[in-house]
Ligand binder design. Structure first.
Ligand code: PLP
Length: 403
C-alpha cells in the first residue's frame, strides 16, 4: 500500500500544474514505471532534458562520487567541477566566459540583464529596447515571460518590464522597420520549441545577425531546448553558421540535474563586474560535475551522428503511422525533436493524443493545442524507438476525434 497517492498532489501542490493521472517511481534508460508497475516508453525526456535517459550509469557514478566529496559552497568560493565545465563550454563554442544558473529561465534572465547592462555601459541608458518573437518561449521569470512571445504566460501579473518589442518569427519584411539604434538586444530561439518546433529560416537568422551588427545590438540565442545535441549539432547555431553574442543553455546540459548557463564573449562579460549579478546555487559542484560528464559524452562526433540516425528512424516511423489515417498534416523538427502537426480538421486535439499515447504506455509532450511533440533521450535504443512508435500507432488508431 503506497502512502503517497496522485490524489495527494491535488491537495498539497499549488494548482498551476495538471500532471498525468499516475505517480512515476522509477526510470532506466528510455523506460519509466509508475506506482502500479505500468511501464512507459519515454518520448518526453522530461521536456527535452534527459539526454542520456533515466539513471544513466555514467551520470549516477559521477553524482555519487561528487556527493561524497563536496556538495555546495556558494559562489563565495571556486570549485573544480564548475571551472572544468566552464572550460568545456568555452572550448566547444564561440564563448570565452560562462555564468552558471539553476534553470533555463535564470540563464535567460542573466542574458537579458547582461545585455541591458552592457548597453548602459557602452552606449548609455536609452539603448534599452529588446526585440523578440511571437510564440517564442524564454522561461517563467517576469522578465523572461515578458520577452517570450506568448501573452498567455505573461499577462495577468500587472505591469510588465518595458521596452520589449515582439515581431513575427521568420518574417524578413517585419525586421527592417523595427530596428533602430535603441535596440540593445535580440533574443531568439534558432528553433522555436514550445512555439511549435519551428526552425528559423537561415536567411532570417542571418539577417538578425546583420541587423544586430548594424545597430550595435547583441544577438542572444536561447538554445535551452535546441542545444546539447538535440538537433544533431552540439548547438543549433553551429548548423546555421551564425554566431551569437550570448547563448543560453540548460535543460539537457545537466542530463536531468538542474543547471543553466549563459555563455558570452570576454568583451560583453566585462559588464558583469563583481556584484552585478549572482546566484546562491548557480554552478554548484553536484550540478556541474554531472553536467561535465554529460557534456563529455554528448560532444562527440559519433554521438551526434547517432542523434541524426535515430532521428531519421523516428521520422520514418511517424510517416508510416500517418499513412493510413491522415491525422497529421506535417512532421516538423530537427534531430531527435519532432513535432507532429495535427491536420486542420483535428486542430486543437493534441492533448487527446498525448493522453491516448499514455494509455498505450508512451510518454509524449504537446507544443500547444495542435502539435504532439517528442524529445526522447538522445541515446534512445533503436528498439525503444520502434516500440514507442508501435504504441503511438495504437494511440493514433484508437482516438476518436471530431472532424
Ligand atoms: N527557453 C526555452 C527555449 C525553453 O524551451 C525553456 C523551457 O521550456 C526555457 C527557456 C525555460 O527553462 P526553465 O524551465 O528551465 O526555466
Amino acid at each position: 500500500m503506497n502512502e503517497i497517492t496522485r490524489a495527494d498532489f491535488d491537495t498539497v501542490m499549488t494548482p498551476n500544474y495538471a500532471p498525468a493521472d499516475m505517480v512515476l517511481v522509477r526510470g532506466a534508460g528510455s523506460r519509466a514505471w509508475d506506482q502500479a508497475g505500468t511501464e512507459y516508453i519515454d518520448f518526453a525526456g522530461g521536456i527535452a532534458v534527459n539526454a542520456l535517459g533515466h539513471a544513466a550509469p555514467e551520470l549516477v557514478e559521477v553524482l555519487i562520487d561528487q556527493a561524497k566529496t563536496l556538495w555546495h559552497v556558494s559562489n563565495a568560493y571556486a570549485t573544480e567541477p564548475s571551472i572544468r565545465l566552464a572550460k568545456q563550454l568555452v572550448d566547444a563554442t564561440f564563448a570565452d566566459r560562462v555564468f552558471f544558473a539553476n534553470s533555463g529561465g535564470e540563464a535567460n534572465e542573466a542574458a537579458l540583464k547582461l545585455a541591458r547592462r552592457y548597453a548602459v555601459d557602452q552606449f548609455g541608458a536609452d539603448k534599452a529596447e529588446i526585440i523578440s518573437f511571437n510564440q517564442g518561449f524564454h522561461g517563467r521569470t517576469f522578465f523572461t515571460v515578458t520577452v517570450g512571445g506568448q501573452p498567455k504566460y505573461s499577462d495577468g501579473f500587472g505591469p510588465k518590464p518595458g521596452m520589449v518589442t515582439h515581431l513575427p518569427f521568420n518574417d524578413l519584411d517585419a525586421l527592417g522597420d523595427a530596428f533602430s539604434d535603441q535596440v540593445c538586444a535580440v533574443m531568439v530561439e534558432p528553433v522555436q520549441g514550445e512555439g511549435g518546433l519551428v526552425a528559423g529560416d537561415p536567411m532570417f537568422i542571418r539577417r538578425l545577425r546583420d541587423l544586430c551588427d548594424k545597430h550595435n545590438a547583441l544577438l542572444i540565442f536561447d538554445e535551452i531546448q535546441s542545444g546539447m545535441g538535440r538537433t544533431g549539432d552540439l548547438y543549433a547555431y553551429m548548423g546555421y553558421d551564425v554566431t551569437p553574442d550570448i547563448l543560453t543553455t540548460a535543460k539537457a546540459l545537466g542530463g536531468g540535474f538542474p543547471i543553466g548557463a549563459m555563455l558570452t564573449t570576454d568583451q560583453i562579460a566585462s559588464s558583469f563586474v563583481v556584484g552585478t549579478h549572482g546566484s546562491t546555487f548557480g554552478g554548484n559542484p553536484l550540478a556541474t560535475a554531472v553536467a561535465g560528464r554529460s557534456f563529455e559524452i554528448i560532444n562527440q562526433p559519433d554521438f551526434l551522428a547517432g542523434v541524426k540516425a535515430k532521428a531519421a528512424r523516428l521520422f520514418a516511423g511517424l510517416v508510416e503511422i500517418n499513412r493510413d489515417r491522415h491525422l497529421f498534416s506535417e512532421f516538423r523538427g530537427k534531430g531527435l525533436w519532432a513535432g507532429c502537426v495535427l491536420a486542420p480538421a483535428y486542430a486543437g486535439h493534441s492533448k487527446t493524443l498525448v493522453d491516448a499515447a499514455l494509455a498505450e504506455g508512451l510518454m509524449a509532450l504537446r507544443a500547444g493545442p495542435d502539435i504532439v511533440r517528442f524529445a526522447p533521450a538522445l541515446n534512445i535504443a533503436d528498439h525503444d524507438i520502434d516500440e514507442g512508435l508501435r504504441r503511438f500507432g495504437r494511440a493514433v488508431a484508437s482516438v476518436q476525434l471530431p472532424s
